[in-house]
Design a binder for this molecule. Structure first.
Ligand code: SF4
Ligand code: SF4
Length: 348
């Protein structure tokens, strides 16, 4: 059966509060529930993240339902301002995510050093257990606020990505990324040293002015792919994106298992790379489109993907990443009964 996905055009984003109520994405939220509003607070220097002004209407609705909403994210495995709770909270505050602007507190779900986690047994193709950020695990229900944009490992990142990769603790993120170790074309290396500085695992070093990767140390975070301006690093098609997309979906399925959630995708500032990278040069590559919302994350991501294709006139993500098929995540999530790729689009 087709899932309902609601659409608000970007030029009417001031009507977000009424749109979210109409879309029914808070229908699952109950009184006195701890409601995790999972979001990405942005990385320093990267301004593609969802702004606090769009978070406030969601918090307002949650509080009207007398739930206990909080904004949350978990630590990253790469160098940056989100690698521990201390710096992550400072960055969230700097970007305006606080009680004054949003109406609720911020909680970093995997604790000070990213190791507050719960191991959960599952029975999937890639994982028999997953490691979820603890305060995500102990939340009663979820609203996922997702910035829909390109992604260097999965083609695009939306609801499933935020739900799966975003909710893993550091150990969980390592486990998901592990298959995406980049291939290295060392002959293209200009010895600028940029990637060495950004590899948190110490897996890269320059030897005779050419880059050398220690595959045993590499965790496949993808940071070097983005940081090298000379195209030295790339994904291995089979070992990379397919497995990582499926692993992310398995985590997503584990995070929401037995709980209710809804997904709200923001199709604005649609950039080539994800919001994790501390770089100013991640500009939008097309015009802003609008906001998609629904209770089925697969349908919300599928509708977002289709809308980008429609507005851009062709498959933007295929153009950005010819070697990645981002629909793998959608198909696998449908296989795991997380939702349906079949949807009915309802314009607000
Ligand atoms: S070599 Fe690249 S992918 Fe591997 S850990 Fe370092 S930055 Fe991440
Ligand atoms: S960023 Fe690219 S060019 Fe610079 S050292 Fe690393 S691999 Fe070489």
């Amino acid at each position: 059966m087709a899932s309902k996905v609601y659409f608000l055009p970007w030029d009417r984003r001031g009507e977000l509060y009424g749109f979210l109520k109409k879309a029914g994405v808070f229908s699952h939220v109950k009184a006195r529930q701890y409601l995790a509003i999972k979001i990405h607070f942005g990385e320093e220097g990267n301004d593609g993240y969802i702004k606090p002004e769009y978070v406030a209407p969601a918090v307002k609705i949650a509080k009207e339902k007398t739930a206990f909403p909080f904004l949350t994210d978990a630590s990253t495995i790469y160098v940056g301002k989100r690698a521990d709770a201390y710096h992550h909270l400072l960055l969230a505050e700097k970007h305006g995510f606080n009680i004054a602007n949003c109406g609720c507190p911020v909680i970093i779900a995997d604790g000070l050093r990213g190791n507050a986690e719960e191991k959960v047994e599952v029975d999937f193709k890639h994982f028999k257990n997953v490691t979820i950020a603890r305060d995500i695990f102990y939340s009663d229900s979820f609203i996922f606020l997702n910035h829909f944009k390109g992604h260097e490992v999965t083609g695009f990142g939306g609801a499933l990505k935020n739900m799966g990769m975003g909710c893993g603790s550091k150990a969980g993120k390592y486990a998901m990324h592990h298959s995406s170790k980049p291939k290295v074309k060392a002959d293209k290396c200009k010895a600028c040293g940029q990637c060495v500085k950004w590899c948190a695992q110490g897996a890269l070093k320059l030897v005779d002015k050419k880059i050398v990767m220690d595959a045993d140390k590499c965790v496949g975070c993808g940071q070097c792919i983005v940081m090298c301006a000379f195209g030295v690093f790339g994904l291995k098609w089979n070992e990379g994106t397919i497995v990582v997309q499926e692993k992310i979906v398995e985590y997503a399925a584990a995070v929401v298992k037995g709980k209710k959630s809804s997904s709200i995708n923001f199709l604005n500032h649609i950039s080539k790379f994800c919001d994790c990278f501390a770089m100013a040069k991640n500009p939008p590559v097309m015009e802003d489109i609008g906001i998609m919302a629904g209770n089925d994350p697969v349908a919300v991501d599928q509708a977002s993907y289709d809308m980008v294709k429609k507005v851009y006139g062709k498959d933007l993500f295929k153009e950005l990443y010819p070697d990645i098929d981002p629909s793998i995540q959608l198909e696998y999530a449908q296989t795991l009964a997380m939702g349906s790729r079949d949807y009915e689009l309802i314009k607000y």
